[in-house]
Design a protein around this ligand. Structure first.
Ligand code: PLP
Length: 406
């Protein structure tokens, strides 16, 4: 449990605390088919689609109602939120996660931005990030004219742990009350490594008036039961973000969500655009997190984990591949490119990594991510784990590239 009293009213922006959220007539009178809806200036003749709208697209337990696309979507998404709670509630504990603990938005990128707008006064407040980490925290801060303070992950030593450093973070928080949010990525991007829950706990038990945001975009690749989403009911200043873009393979529908103590979730829901999640997105998201969708996700995840294992076995057979840095908890690997073969003392090298990156893209048709300039990632490429065929192609082409470059 959080050992201090978090004062949300003193932490969130006063204008957001005072905000009266947009209300629509359908908050009072439901769209259940019994009413003639002339309240929202929609088009009663229907969507301008030259498709047969009378047949709904059957997508299993939910239905894509094309004929209903002339209506605004549900601003509250309670059915989807309940399914997300069921998904993340640990089986062996009482159901504490409720729809009122959730914000759903246009990818977790909307939650990243919404949290900054909720807590940080532009030009005054700050966020803290732990590089190497996901770049959107800084982009969202800059868009909102919010300064970014950095406490790196642990990158010292021959074999860096890439874990968070709670004592160093606390030292900064103690000296700077303008820091309102700490963004932590677990599993990390680009490190692929889960944060140690004990270190996170140490940070959550530190008394300060700000919010810890845990980004669990890749959590389903880390193994069963690793999510800490349910901790939001134990710590008043914890928000846990997740997404359907990764393990669920639904990046195209743009659906992300954040679990939060209900008072924080209420502020995020108050400030969002009322119709941020489209009807098509919510129908597909409901299907993805229903029983049959979860089965598909589970089998895809298994296939990805198998290819991840294969890459861990096979990549080191190429002499100019160095170490894997970070961990194996996500659907990508962070791997060093060496300036000479391992047995000749090759060292991780950015020039080599850049060459491999561009040769792979320009002559082999494979795009990976160069991460050599990130803290502690010298010479590294971040490689997403693909299908079996994609992995075979990657391994073959990577070997070819090393024969072609100096
Ligand atoms: C760590 C992390 N968080 C969030 C996101 C964005 O997710 P979404 O597609 O839900 O906006 C990404 C995407 O790459 C990511 O790597």
């Amino acid at each position: 449990m959080g050992g201090f009293t978090f004062d949300l009213k003193a932490c969130a922006r006063p204008n957001i605390i005072a905000l009266q959220p947009y209300r629509c007539a359908r908050d009072d009178y439901k769209d259940d088919g019994s009413n003639t809806l002339l309240d929202a200036n929609e088009n009663s003749y229907g969507p301008s689609l030259s498709l047969d709208l009378s047949t709904n697209r059957d997508i299993g337990s939910s239905t894509l109602k094309l004929a209903g696309l002339n209506r605004y979507p549900d601003p509250h998404q309670i059915e989807l939120k309940q399914l997300l709670c069921d998904l993340r509630q640990p089986a062996d504990s009482p159901a504490t996660l409720k729809p009122e603990n959730l914000f759903v938005g246009v990818g977790s990128d909307e939650a990243i931005d919404g949290l900054i707008r909720c807590f940080c006064i532009p030009g005054v407040d700050k966020i803290l990030v732990c590089p190497p980490t996901y770049g959107m925290y800084t982009v969202a801060a800059q868009v909102n004219d919010v300064e970014v303070v950095k406490v790196p992950l642990e990158v010292e030593g021959e074999s860096p742990s890439f874990d968070i450093q709670p004592v160093k973070i606390q030292e900064l928080l103690k000296d700077d009350p303008r820091i309102k949010l700490v963004y932590i990525c677990s599993p990390g991007n680009p490190t692929g490594k889960l944060v140690d829950p004990a270190r996170l706990k140490a940070l959550l038990e530190y008394s300060w008036n700000g919010v810890v945001v845990l980004d669990e975009a890749y959590i389903d690749f880390a193994g069963h039961g690793k999510t800490l989403a349910h901790w939001v009911n134990s710590y008043p200043n914890l928000v846990v973000m997740q997404t359907l873009s990764k393990a669920f393979g639904m990046a195209g529908i743009r659906l992300g969500f954040a679990f939060a103590p209900s008072e924080i979730a209420r502020l995020l829901n108050n400030l969002k655009a009322p119709y941020n999640v489209s009807s098509l997105t919510s129908a597909l998201a409901i299907q993805a997190v229903s029983e049959s969708g979860l089965e598909v996700m589970g089998s895809h995840r298994e296939l990805i984990v198998r290819q991840r294992e294969r890459l861990i076995q096979e990549l080191p057979k190429i002499q100019r591949i160095g170490r894997f840095l970070g961990g194996y908890d996500a659907n990508f690997l962070l791997v060093e490119m060496l300036d000479a073969p391992r047995n000749l003392g090759g060292r991780p090298d950015n020039k080599t990594a850049k060459m491999v990156y561009s040769q792979l893209a320009e002559t082999k048709g494979i795009v990976v991510r160069y991460r050599g300039n990130e803290l502690g990632c010298t010479g590294c490429l971040r490689i997403t784990v693909g299908t079996e065929q994609e992995t075979t192609k990657l391994l073959t082409k990577l070997e070819e590239v090393f024969h072609e470059i100096p």
